[in-house]
Unconditional design. Structure first.
Length: 331
């Protein structure tokens, strides 16, 4: 569901109950919920599932699991338990579902967590994802609402996954395990989290269905600040740039753009294809990290050493807001 429709639904639903131990809930636009247990331990929970973005069922399971786990990582937490959520048509061979679940199980194992159960239903098309539980010490909990003026913004994966999956589904681009976009979608966001706690990281969010600008807007509103993105510094998949220039853009990008049209101020030199990619809905995208200026270079260096070659400084928190400015020049 697009951000505009979702916000309209949620504002009309009453969710009773107030608990002082609920640190992050409906009052925030974070990636997961956070609840303080006894002492300083905080439990972090999230759920995410979707229809296939690639034809290979095992690979789809891996990508869906990585996407669901990312919500836990974005809050600085370590995943512990996961539960499968699957919808599957009776007209398909059950072996396909087995491969999807195996892909998810292997990915959860890669994260050092355990799949402890789940729920399946019959559905018209395959759907798969996870409900995930993680833990973090209270002082290490990271939300999307703590950014500070002067923070530098680091993005850990390139954009363009929505455009690429549209090309995959249309048979325009070949999809296999060697595709850069597929590799990125199947890559866990655990390595950045291992490094973030070393530095003054004030806010973080993962980039998924609302696109870079949608999630940057949540960070801006949560923090009450102005965020500036330097469009020419944002890493993009090369093929995605080509396809976006041809107009091969998913519908979700236009929904995101419609929702944010009054909140984003674009520089005059930014072309339409690049704008579309900034709104492009991502599947298992990277983390957007808001880190203190004095720590940005060291964090970026550590990310490179950890093998995250695409990690890039793409902007900064520039003043009071909330507002998003997109500029073509660097900082």
């Amino acid at each position: 569901m697009g951000p505009k429709a979702l916000s309209q639904v949620l504002r009309r639903v009453e969710f009773p109950g107030v608990d002082e131990n609920l640190l992050v809930g409906f009052d925030k636009a974070d990636d997961a919920v956070a609840y303080k247990l006894q002492g300083e331990q905080v439990i972090v929970q999230s759920v995410d599932f979707f229809t296939p973005v690639v034809d290979d069922p095992y690979l789809f399971g891996q990508i869906a699991a990585a996407n669901a786990l990312s919500d836990i990582y974005a809050m600085g937490a370590t995943p512990l338990l996961a539960m499968n959520i699957a919808g599957f048509p009776t007209c398909l061979d059950n072996q396909i579902l087995e491969e999807i679940l195996q892909g998810g199980a292997d990915q959860v194992a890669n994260a050092g967590a355990i799949i402890a159960g789940g729920h399946t239903i019959e559905d018209d098309e395959p759907k798969y994802g996870l409900a995930v539980t993680g833990v973090v010490e209270h002082n290490n909990l990271i939300t999307n609402s703590g950014a500070q003026v002067g923070d530098q913004l680091i993005l850990t994966k390139p954009l363009g996954m929505g455009v690429m999956t549209t090309a995959f589904k249309g048979g325009i681009a070949e999809v296999d395990g060697n595709s850069l976009a597929v590799k990125a979608m199947a890559t866990l966001n655990n390595k950045p989290v291992e490094l973030m706690h070393k530095y003054n990281v004030n806010a973080c969010t993962d980039i998924t269905g609302f696109g870079l600008l949608g999630h940057a807007w949540e960070l801006a509103t949560g923090s009450g600040l102005e965020v500036t993105i330097y469009a020419n510094q944002v890493p993009l998949f090369a093929q995605a740039k080509e396809y976006a220039a041809l107009g091969l853009v998913p519908e979700g990008a236009y929904r995101n753009q419609d929702y944010l049209q009054k909140q984003v101020e674009f520089g005059v030199k930014i072309n339409e294809a690049r704008k579309d990619l900034l709104f492009d809905p991502q599947t298992s995208g990277g983390l957007l990290i808001s880190v203190a200026k004095e720590d940005a270079a060291d964090l970026l260096s550590d990310l490179y050493q950890a093998g995250l070659d695409d990690a890039t400084l793409i902007g900064q928190v520039t003043g009071t807001g909330p507002k998003i400015k997109v500029r073509d020049e660097g900082n």
